[in-house]
Structures are given as structure tokens and as C-alpha cells.
Write a new protein. Structure first.
Length: 315
């Protein structure tokens, strides 16, 4: 998203790079299920190709005056080191591969934000409207995929009352997650980013990094909800229960962090809701899955009610 923000979308170079990146990341996805097996090197190399295409787009943008080469050189070094470790790790097995890949991820992700942070501040101008919109659309896509997971969980069962009720509760939870992000915070964040004295660093922290918590929360919830619907009248597996409650709690904590970084101020309601979900995880350990879905839906209903009332009282 950052490179696209600094590049002319009508450029033939940009479009060719997108096609190449699309093919490469698709191969990465195909190799992912066996990344710790026979497809390790294919996974590592195809992902590294995507990262270097990203760097190439930035070099092209810098030649046209749309990005600072000094900043690009800074995180290019981190990316190169990270990808070298990723590829090297693919030739090993067991704990060695895991350690090398963890170090590679740490270097690749921490490089721009921490190792070269001062240079990152001058990377490029941020087209705020397009930038915020792209991340909002990504959240929408993730929420849409969670709905697909809900459908998958119900698809192999007869549509009796329990299944329909579980699907309805799961969809209400998705609506609650959508409401939390889009009711007002998405627009407020865009407006604050527009006026921020250092929009590049603020956007990097709030969108590129903190949004990872939001996406992870949605993914974990989708996993948990699929299992909850499939076994709606049975006690949830501890891992699935952690995904269900922990996913929503992680999303709320991430959203509170996003708001704190880009807008300012702590959202006590979201943090309290995340705490209540943690308590529910413990207390509802031995109940039917549908009870857990009811508990999460009620927490999000209370959260949206309280936040809506607060906005109404402080327009």
C-alpha cells in the first residue's frame, strides 16, 4: 500500500510489477501449507520476490521524486537481511529453520519502524484519503472472509434452529466488529492523519503495524466461529474457544491502540470489553458453543450502545 501510494497507478511499470507480485504471492500462498516441509524454499523465494518488487517500486518512485532514496536504502538493508535469512532457513529443518525464520520476520517488520525510523519519517508524502481508504477496505475484506468461514461452519449440517441461531449470532458479532471500526473511528483517524505533524510515522504505526492486531483478531475469530457453529451444542475445544474469545478481544485491544496512536485518548469501553471477554473465556469453558456466541454478542452490543451514547452526548 505504501509503494502504491508513491507510484502513478497508470504507469506501465507499476502495473507490470503488480502482475508479477500477484503471481508470486499466489505461489507463496500455495506453498504455505507445506512451508515447513517440501515447499520451504519455494515459499521463501516467492515471498522474497514480492518484497524485492516492493523495493523496486520504491526505487522507481524515488527516481521520479515521489520517495526519498535515503529512507529506501535504510529499510532495503533490513529487507535484504530478512529475506536472506528466510531463504537460508528454508535449507534447514526443525528448530534451526524456525529460529532463522523468526529472526527474518523480526528484522523485516522491525526494520522500517525501529531500525531506520528517523529516515522513515521523510519517506514520502501520504495521500491520506487513498491511504486510509485502502486499509479500511482491507478490514472489510477480512470481515467478509470471516462471514465465509461462518458459512463453511454451517454448510455441512442440517439447518436446524441451533445452526441458524449460531449463524445469526456470529453475523451479529461481525457487525459489531464492523461497527467498532467504521461507525466513526475510521473517519476520525483519516482526519487526524491529515493534520498530523508527522503523518508517515503515524501512518506506519497505526496502519501498517497496529492493524496487524485487527487482522489477526478477525482471523482468530473466524477460526473459532467456524468450529463453534459446527459444534454448536457441544463444548468448544480449548483452542477454538481461544480463537473465538481471544480473537474478538485482540481486535478490540488493537482497535483501542489504533485510536490511541492516530487520534489520541484511551477507549476505556473497548479495553473493558476485551477484559470481559477474557473473563468469559474462563467462566464459559464447559458450556455449549452457542452460549459463548451469546456472551460475545452481548459484549459487543453493550460496547456499541455505550460508545454511541457517548458520541451523542459529545457531538
Amino acid at each position: 500500500m505504501w509503494a502504491a501510494n508513491a507510484t502513478d497507478p497508470r504507469s506501465p511499470t507499476f502495473r507490470a510489477a503488480l502482475v508479477a507480485a500477484l503471481v508470486s504471492i499466489f505461489v507463496t500462498g500455495l506453498a504455505l501449507p507445506h512451508a515447513f516441509g517440501d515447499d520451504a524454499t519455494l515459499f521463501a523465494v516467492s515471498y522474497a520476490v514480492v518484497r524485492f518488487i516492493h523495493l523496486g517500486l520504491y526505487v522507481d518512485a524515488s527516481r521520479k521524486g515521489n520517495a526519498a532514496m535515503s529512507a529506501i536504502v535504510g529499510f532495503a538493508a533490513a529487507t535484504t537481511a530478512g529475506m536472506a535469512l528466510l531463504i537460508a532457513g528454508s535449507f534447514f529443518g526443525g528448530a534451526t529453520r524456525t529460529i532463522l525464520w523468526l529472526v527474518a520476520i523480526a528484522i523485516d517488520y522491525a526494520g522500517p519502524a525501529w531500525l531506520t525510523r528517523e529516515r522513515l519519517a521523510g519517506l514520502q508524502a501520504v495521500a491520506v484519503a487513498h491511504f486510509a481508504e485502502r486499509y479500511a477496505l482491507f478490514i472489510l475484506i477480512c470481515l467478509g472472509e470471516s462471514i465465509v468461514a461462518i458459512g463453511v461452519g454451517a454448510s455441512h449440517h442440517e439447518l436446524d434452529f441451533g445452526i441458524v441461531a449460531a449463524v445469526a449470532l456470529s453475523l451479529l458479532i461481525v457487525v459489531g466488529l464492523w461497527w467498532t471500526y467504521f461507525d466513526r473511528v475510521a473517519d476520525d483517524a483519516e482526519e487526524h492523519l491529515r493534520r498530523h505533524d508527522n503523518p508517515v510515522l503515524a501512518a506506519a504505526d497505526a496502519y501498517s503495524y497496529i492493524h496487524l492486531l485487527l487482522v489477526a483478531g478477525i482471523v482468530f475469530f473466524a477460526f473459532g466461529s467456524e468450529w463453534a457453529i459446527a459444534g454448536v451444542n457441544h463444548e468448544l475445544d480449548p483452542v477454538a474457544r481461544a480463537g473465538l474469545f481471544g480473537g474478538v478481544a485482540l481486535y478490540l485491544v488493537g482497535h483501542a491502540g489504533f485510536r490511541l496512536r492516530i487520534i489520541g485518548g484511551v477507549d476505556e469501553y473497548e479495553l473493558l470489553a476485551a477484559l470481559v471477554l477474557g473473563i468469559q473465556y474462563v467462566l464459559l469453558a464447559h458450556v455449549a458453543a452457542w452460549v459463548g456466541l451469546v456472551g460475545i454478542a452481548l459484549v459487543l452490543l453493550a460496547l456499541t450502545f455505550l460508545e454511541t451514547r457517548e458520541v451523542a452526548s459529545h457531538p
